[in-house]
Design a protein around this ligand. Sequence first.
Ligand SMILES: NC(=O)c1ccc[n+]([C@@H]2O[C@H](COP(=O)([O-])OP(=O)(O)OC[C@H]3O[C@@H](n4cnc5c(N)ncnc54)[C@H](OP(=O)(O)O)[C@@H]3O)[C@@H](O)[C@H]2O)c1
Length: 254
Amino acid sequence: MTDSNAALVLGASGGLAQAIIAELSADPEIETVIAVSRKPAPGSASVPDPAANAASTTNALMWIETEYAEPAMAAVVEQLQPFAGRITRVVICHGILHSDTLWPEKRLEDINADSLQTVFQANTVVPVLWLKLLHRVLKGQQRCVVAALSARVGSIGDNHLGGWYAYRSSKASLNMLLRTLAIEYARRVKNVKMISFHPGTTDTALSKPFQASVPADKLFTPEFVAERLCGIMTDAEIDGQLSYLDWDNKAIAW
Ligand SMILES: NC(=O)c1ccc[n+]([C@@H]2O[C@H](COP(=O)([O-])OP(=O)(O)OC[C@H]3O[C@@H](n4cnc5c(N)ncnc54)[C@H](OP(=O)(O)O)[C@@H]3O)[C@@H](O)[C@H]2O)c1
């Protein structure tokens, strides 16, 4: 197994992540898909233990359960050492827009410190911590493409509607962190290309409450988006830059 190429999907239980795992699992150039999640593998009877990382391997899928505090994340990266230099794809899928206790803001009065911190932690802090911790494992001779699922609403230039303060700004901040990381990776981990990816509105739990106003042909299936993303990652040039791209491989204004 240690001679084979691997793909890493972080935040693996979500709607887009599951479709991306399926797409990567069908790629003949990738022998192992490593999925990392707060949750147990789908269909697994194991009880999540937030204090420990439990790993299980089934055929080409290796599922690692973890919490997203830095020491636990570092322990996950330690488990990836056998794959050092052989991880050719990384997809970072973390993102929240709403939950039982938070909702995207419509107006100034909705802005709330706890909600801002919760959304920034999941959408911005967790992705950047992964890229801090992963650099030694990703470094190697093979090309490695890293895509973080961002969003077009994170574009400052494209913000004409306002609202959604926490989500918008967490994704804008993610983009800036990725751009800054890409500059340092270009010096230290030259085999990596970074992409900040907008999937388009996709039929998952995240977009469910907001789908009514989306025309049917603009609401994508996770499978369609996963195929697009994996194609873009396969074709991406290793140029030491961060690209901010949509599902159609078109550049988005910063
Ligand atoms: N669906 C859309 O229309 C749409 C549009 C634009 C951008 N996006 C972006 O695409 C990505 C995937 O979204 P999705 O549509 O697949 O949504 P989803 O089904 O709700 O999945 C959410 C993902 O976020 C992770 N997550 C949830 N709460 C978290 C927390 N507190 N801390 C860290 N991670 C947490 C989950 O990882 P675990 O496996 O660890 O639970 C899961 O993979 C997100 O970044 C989202 O912003 C989606």
